[in-house]
Design a protein around this ligand. Structure first.
Ligand SMILES: Cc1cc2nc3c(=O)[nH]c(=O)nc-3n(C[C@H](O)[C@H](O)[C@H](O)COP(=O)(O)OP(=O)(O)OC[C@H]3O[C@@H](n4cnc5c(N)ncnc54)[C@H](O)[C@@H]3O)c2cc1C
Length: 511
């Protein structure tokens, strides 16, 4: 390998696979020759929360990133290996002036590798520039004032892509699919999803645009039902997770659209009033995105430990395998739970309310500890974002100590959100013959009615694993007992201090 003599700027792409609103790329391109680096890291790919589908989506994004870099005379350089080893290879091939990347709030295995990179940079006297791409604050001292700081950070407009990128003469391996990585000794997990949505920066911007100008009009009302949510939600989560879109780009595009609608209204044009409400709900959720990520940033241990420590042993650490498998495969005997789980497994996405209901059912009805399925569930989400994932899992399992228990009744969720039963029938074809009257509670059909529709409970479709009302009573009693523990109040108060949104005071939360 020929050694490049002039010192190069290494831009390490991670969860920021775009050229627009990419401060590290822009600054590096202004500073000199660039190695635009993506590393397939075995330690991450072989982690239990990584899925073959994640690799497919990463590669779709890398394909577009490569074209976008090429269009600016730049070049994508991919390598396989642990990042510090790859950086060491590069250092043997060229002098490195600086390393650039975005700060990442992430799972512990990636935090550990970031620590290695920091050590490596220090030992070679290479500066590592690491700006944030979200509203998450590193080394946050207090949650007081966090929301204000978020608004301030988000106010600066997204930066433009560099117009030209001078590539360093460094070779790469190209975009590597699962087979190519396996051939290089990386154990790529299987692919959990049947359906594939195109990826990449252009697709991300098209998805956002179609939401802001067309699909999003009824978002506020339609986001909760899985019948409507697939179209009515923005569907940008996967793009935010891979960084094919930045949170700032989404927020500014929404604010721009809001201003346009307000101007139209001021000009006397008819504007559907649902638009402004929907955009405001959407923007609040972009705020939540960072609010939840901040929790993992402040306390990485919540990937594996209960936010409120007295709940550590509330549930059995060893899962009841029969219950867990029934839940994972969508055979619990509760049609709405099974339909949502099967839809999630096919698409790699389901809307927020249904994610919450799935976890609520596992945590309260089946009394499963969130840690027995957290990594598996991460694999099912193509938008897996560790900061949101672990915080939400704990919130929906009741282990934060500061949120009221949100226990969903999956039968009434079905009746309210899928009243005709169309979604349920589509995903639970065993029940396709049932009319709306029975679709959400097939176990209540008398034998004669079962015979009439040709659906025998226990043969064609399982009876529910547990009685919902009884399971909820039991769960609440267990929580009440845990809260009576002398250390509980102090622990919950500490959680509030560290993680609580200041929208509600500690006193209002009863802490
Ligand atoms: C158990 C559980 C696990 C979850 N895991 C993830 C995850 O790994 N990655 C992820 O992006 N979201 C996660 N969520 C939050 C939420 O379900 C998704 O953000 C949302 O469904 C993504 O679809 P969308 O982009 O169309 O969302 P929209 O409703 O259009 O919202 C726009 C964006 O706002 C943010 N957002 C929306 N709702 C929430 C929320 N409740 N908390 C935090 N941010 C939110 C997301 O970035 C989302 O992309 C999880 C929720 C639960 C209950």
């Amino acid at each position: 390998m020929m050694r490049t003599e002039s010192a190069v700027q290494v831009v390490w792409f991670k969860r920021d696979l775009r050229v627009r609103d990419h401060v590290p790329l822009r600054n590096a391109a202004a500073a000199g020759q660039v190695v635009a680096l993506y590393v397939y890291e075995p330690a991450l790919i072989e982690s239990p929360d990584f899925d073959g589908a994640h690799l497919r989506h990463i590669n779709a994004a890398l394909t577009e990133l490569q074209s976008a870099l090429n269009a600016r005379s730049g070049r994508l350089v991919t390598r396989v290996g642990e990042i510090t080893a790859v950086l060491e290879q590069l250092r043997n091939e060229c002098a490195i002036a600086a390393l650039w990347s975005h700060e990442e709030t992430t799972q512990q295995v990636a935090y550990a590798r970031d620590r290695d990179v920091r050590r490596w940079c220090r030992s070679h006297n290479i500066p590592w520039h690491e700006p944030s791409q979200t509203g998450v604050v590193r080394r946050l001292k207090s949650r007081d004032g966090w929301a204000k700081a978020w608004t301030h950070t988000m106010a600066s407009p997204p930066v433009a892509a560099p117009t030209t990128i001078m590539p360093a003469q460094v070779s790469g391996l190209g975009i590597l699919d699962a087979d190519a990585l396996q051939a290089l000794g990386v154990k790529v997990p299987s692919d959990s999803h049947e359906l594939f949505v195109a990826g990449g920066e252009r697709f991300a911007r098209r998805t956002l645009a179609s939401f802001l100008t067309d699909r999003g009009v009824d978002y506020r009302r339609a986001m909760s039902s899985p019948v409507t949510a697939f179209d009515a939600c923005s569907r940008i989560s996967e793009h935010l997770a891979l960084g094919t879109l930045s949170i700032r780009q989404a927020l500014h595009a929404s604010a721009g659209r809001r201003a346009e609608l307000q101007a139209q209204r001021a000009d006397g044009m008819a504007v559907d009033p649902r638009w402004l409400q929907s955009l405001s709900s959407f923007e609040s959720r972009l705020h939540w995105h960072c609010h939840f990520m901040q929790k993992l940033e402040d306390e990485p241990a919540i990937e594996n430990r209960c936010v409120c420590r007295p709940y550590e042993s509330l549930r059995d650490a060893n899962a009841n395998e029969q219950r867990l498998e029934a839940w994972k495969s969508g055979h619990t005997g509760v049609p709405m739970v099974d339909a949502c789980m099967r839809a999630l497994r096919a698409h790699g996405w389901i809307n927020f309310r249904m994610r919450a209901m799935l976890v609520s059912y596992a945590a309260y009805d089946l009394w499963l500890d969130w840690r027995t399925f957290s990594k598996w569930l991460a694999r099912q989400f193509v938008d897996y974002e560790p900061g949101i994932h672990y915080s939400q899992l704990q919130m929906q399992s009741g282990t934060t100590g500061i949120n009221t228990l949100r226990i969903y009744n999956p039968y009434t969720q079905g009746e309210t959100l899928d009243p005709e039963g169309s979604f349920t029938r589509a995903w639970v074809p065993e029940l396709a013959a049932l009319p709306a009257e029975w679709i959400h509670r097939p176990h209540e059909m008398p034998p004669l009615v079962q015979g009439m529709y040709g659906v025998t409970i226990g043969r064609d479709y399982p009876a529910p694993l547990v009685d919902h009302a009884q399971a909820v009573r039991d769960a609440k009693a267990r929580f009440t007992a845990a809260r009576a523990h002398p250390g509980f109040r102090a622990a919950a108060r500490a959680v509030y201090e560290r993680h609580g949104s200041r929208a509600q005071s500690a006193r209002a939360r009863g802490l």
